[in-house]
Unconditional design. Structure first.
Length: 65
């Protein structure tokens, strides 16, 4: 049986390895709100192969599915 190649992990570019990040609650109410990172599922790392599916545009970072 052939072994599957071990996936290399890299730091999540969205949360920078924290697993969460802060956003402003609203334009009117400039209070920081902590949210879990959906890009890495709050793990702080993503598989290197999945990193190539991450794009950055004017709306921010997105993962292609």
């Amino acid at each position: 049986m052939a072994k599957e190649p071990k996936l290399k992990k890299i730091i999540c570019p969205r949360c920078r390895g924290n697993g969460f990040f802060k956003v402003k609650e609203s334009v009117e109410r400039q209070v920081d709100k902590v949210v879990q990172c959906p890009m890495c599922n709050s793990q702080g790392e993503v598989d290197e192969t999945k990193d190539s599916s991450i794009i950055m545009d004017a709306d921010g970072l997105h993962r292609m599915h």
